[in-house]
Design a protein around this ligand. Structure first.
Ligand code: ZN
Length: 410
């Protein structure tokens, strides 16, 4: 039994077209008209297969196909259809369209799995609109997505209003929580969004874990003063100290981390932010990611130590406040083994890799046995219109998903 790779590729294109906007980009922001259009198209394909579609209290679109034994827990697949602005064709969409392709292949082959199958399109995975993502998967896992109808998005629109397009409200979201006993496992097919598979010319990645992420707010405080009349020796320049710290990050991660350790300063703000004033404060974000929380703690410790040192050197002070913490999430051993078995059975070249990016699987793995399959992103590019995955890799990824479902169904 094999999937129809051409059908998958053409459906990725069809969903992409749903995001066509007047500004020339293709964007399916969560809850937008474009997003709803894509979901409707997806639901129409599922319904044509005789699957039942429903939208749960958190807005997750769930397409279900019954198996031989209705008492058995369901095999879940899926991902998300929402995109970042000017996003690509593959991120998220592949896991949804791929999941549906497994059901369509079963139907065409007259194969009825033992377990029921559900393909889930999760709500607002990307999260750029309201500044927090993984909304639908959090609710399915019974974790409070911490949303309110009155909060505003980056355009000033209220959540309660924009979520009308899904017919949901914030207060009901947790009702979407799935009983763990109703789920056999969850398998997400996704593009890698990094360059490991591409660089090694490997068709499929068996995901070992999703990196943990620690975030911090750092503020360095010096003294704002006249940029013309304050001698260099008399300055307490917050930005100079912060710059020295930021510059040291690659060295510290290289020395105390591993090949997967990353640390980033992604935002920075100085006050008073004037061309003729020495920066009095410099506030910036810091993020550390790794597969091992011990490594993350060590990097934090070393970075804090260096920050202390450099602030002393420049006569400035600092605060270092943790803002969020996500532990590394290893995939379930037995699901991962079934993915690996599938790749071997199909004779496809593969390697075992961690994921540096967040996915719905990060949340799903906290409650349900979860596995992930990666296919290469050309040049490692993602969250971009230049995102590209070769047709043959898409077909391979979908066939691995199919074979994995067959394996876990037995
Ligand atoms: Zn994604």
């Amino acid at each position: 039994m094999k999937v129809n790779g051409k059908r998958v590729v053409s459906r990725l294109e069809e969903i992409y077209q749903c995001g066509k906007k007047e500004d020339g980009t293709f964007t399916r922001m969560a809850f937008s008209a474009e997003d709803v259009k894509g979901r409707k198209l997806f639901a129409s394909w599922a319904e044509a297969l005789g699957m039942t579609c429903r939208i749960d209290e958190a807005g997750n679109l769930i397409a279900r196909m019954e198996g031989q034994d209705e008492k058995l827990p369901a095999i879940l697949m899926g991902s998300h259809l929402d995109t970042v602005p000017d996003g690509g064709k593959y991120d998220g969409v592949l896991g949804c369209v791929g999941g549906l392709e497994i059901c369509e292949t079963f139907k065409e082959e007259g194969y009825v799995p033992r377990h029921p199958i559900e393909v889930i399109v999760f709500t607002d995975e990307e999260g750029f609109r309201f500044g927090k993502g993984l909304t639908g998967s959090s609710a399915i896992c019974g974790q409070d997505p911490k949303v309110s109808d009155s909060e505003a998005d980056i355009y000033g629109e209220e959540r309660g209003k924009v979520m009308e397009s899904y017919g949901i409200t914030s207060g009901d979201m947790l009702k979407a929580a799935k009983d763990p006993s109703s789920v056999h496992c969850f398998i997400e097919l996704h593009v890698e969004q990094g360059a490991r598979l591409y660089k090694t010319d490997t068709s499929v990645g068996v995901v070992s874990s999703i990196a943990g992420v620690n975030r911090y707010d750092v503020v360095v405080t010096g003294e704002a003063n006249h940029a013309g009349s304050t001698a260099m020796a008399d300055r307490k320049d917050a930005l100079v100290a912060a710059a020295g710290f930021i510059n040291k990050i690659p060295e510290i991660t290289a020395e105390y981390g591993n090949e997967f350790t990353v640390a980033t300063v992604g935002t920075i703000k100085v006050t008073p932010h004037s061309v003729n004033v020495i920066p009095g404060t410099c506030a910036f974000s810091l993020e550390i990611r790794d597969q091992d929380d011990k490594v993350m703690s060590l990097i934090e410790e070393k970075l804090r130590g260096f920050l202390e040192e450099i602030c002393k050197k420049y006569g400035v002070t600092h605060t270092f406040v943790p803002t969020s913490f996500h532990e590394p999430a290893p995939m379930s051993e037995w699901v991962k083994e079934n993915v690996e078995k599938a790749v071997k059975e199909l004779g496809i070249d593969y390697c075992t890799i961690p994921s540096g990016a967040f996915h719905d699987s990060l949340i799903m793995t906290s409650v349900f046995p979860t596995g992930m399959i990666f296919v290469p992103s050309e040049k490692g590019i993602s969250h971009s219109r230049y995102e590209y995955t070769k047709d043959e890799d898409i077909e391979n990824g979908c066939n691995v998903l199919l074979q994995t479902v067959l394996n876990v169904d037995r």
